[in-house]
Design a protein around this ligand. Sequence first.
Ligand code: ADP
Ligand code: MG
Length: 389
Amino acid sequence: MSLPPPASPDELADRARRGLHDRLGVTASVVGWAPGRVNLIGEHTDYNGGLVLPVALPHATAAAAARRRDGTVRLSSAQADDTWSGTVDDLSPGRVTGWPAYAGGVLWALRESGVEVPGLDLHVDGTVPLGAGLSSSASIECAVAFAVRGLLGGEPDDEVRRAVVDACIRAETEVAKAPTGGMDQTVSVFAEAGSALLIDFTTHEHSAVPLALGDRRIVVTDTRVSHELTDGGYGSRREDCERAASELGVATLREATLDDLTRLTDERVARRARHIVTETSRVPAAVAALTDADWGTLGDLFAASHASMRDDFEISTPELDLAVTTALEHGADAARMTGGGFGGSIVAIVASDRLDEVVAAINGAFADAGLGAPDHLLADPTAGARVLR
Ligand code: ADP
Ligand code: MG
């Protein structure tokens, strides 16, 4: 059994160029490329002023673009049948739905931030599975933003990159109307190869954490089950966290300690807050373990994180629990659910010589439980967004 790597940036860029030509009949002058991500640890901590530790995936989206003189915008995707056509004005909040809200919303948000977005034809093609909790959304947003920056010329510097992150967050929140804490866009833009990105949502600083993986790999298993539509889960978790912070008189739960939480009157709200406080404290510990190749400690931290999400935050699912348990039983050093919850993926650290066994065991356990086959991918830590010409 082997897990093939996704198309390289150059291969994916070529696919997007060909798609632009075949679908919209124009020749690309530039391609924006941006990766999806998997979060190693620090879940739901971003909107609580906490810490997160994602890595960018080799799985990514490429956006091939060519300028138009007439101010029209046309958008197409290899992952969608419909082509969207209009102007940047038509991409403002409330005027566009579906996938063009993600791609097109970025054009609106960039213009709001003062960027002179030209008329353009744009085609995207991606290798990030959609809706698997691996942030195909940030990947498409950042790829589009980098395509626009590419059309305007020059290589995006740090300041431009920061502005791209902000525009992509606005696009997802205000146009696509999917609330996002900002982790996904930050890592898609700022990730470094071979490293995770430690992001602090109180100081808004980030730093690369080189990973001492040796012969270990980061394996992601997409359960291909999503319960999100039947549950307003993200919003209600966020409300509970805000209620806890306001009852404790702190700006965010980052400032709260476990002792403080005894003052919370509602049992559920207290458990939600306990997840946030303990999860934030696990992130620096995981940074140390990953830097020192201390897999025993990392395994304990992942286990505690998973239990906290399952029991205190209540965002795990039977499929995620089964994948984690099975991975650990078959030799994974560490495994936990990852992403917003209610479905999606798990992340595991696995020695190369145990990979086949872990993958086969999860497939077998899913089959035995009458579940559909999960997908697996190798999350070799990749560098962030770029412009390809
Ligand atoms: P995730 O970010 O975990 O993959 P989201 O629900 O946040 O899931 O975002 C998925 C949505 O992003 C898709 O339903 C689609 O609207 C949009 N999207 C992402 N990638 C593409 C793509 N390559 N082509 C068209 N739409 C895309
Ligand atoms: Mg997303």
